[in-house]
Write a protein that binds this ligand. Sequence first.
Ligand code: BEZ
Length: 212
Amino acid sequence: MSLHLGDIAPDFEQDSSEGRIKFHEWLGNSWGILFSHPADFTPVCTTELGLTAKLKGEFEKRGVKAIALSVDPVESHKQWINDINETQNTVVNFPILADGDRKVSELYDMIHPNANATLTVRSLFIIDPAKKVRLIITYPASAGRNFNEVLRVIDSLQLTDSHSVATPGNWQDGDDVVIVPSLQDPEIIKQKFPKGYKAIKPYLRITPQPNK
Ligand code: BEZ
């Protein structure tokens, strides 16, 4: 099944390194990142899972729960977690789904047969508290993902959900933002952006980040 932004993230029940998971129930009211990797005991995946564990505090600050997936079994995940903890100097603190029957991989279109017939590629989904899919990225097996970029997009989504702004290219939390083009009423603009804004073009209006 092919998923699109704004779709409800499909619910599922699957085994994991932390026991059976009912996905929507497990998410509760949190944001979520669900990400697949090709296989256990592989070097790039080992670094990615170590990074995710080390970013626990950053995810928690933003109300985000992380969950990984590969098609390897629970026992393999548990042994590999020991290696990740040892080599990445961390403690894996999130579940890894054991998707041996490809149930979740198929629901989320994580197997790309022309890349690999049986293994999942590096898919990543950001899911909001309403269970809507807000970001989909797909990386090849050979390229590890940038988890600082994942945090950056979560910051952008959480900011833009609550203010009438969007975030420019390469934006980082604290940088100036742009006022959404649909907002035109001068009185409402004044109320929403008391620090003012600079109109470089009528459609390009820069303002300090409103929640800072
Ligand atoms: C890795 O995670 O290191 C990896 C997995 C599949 C192919 C290449 C690298």
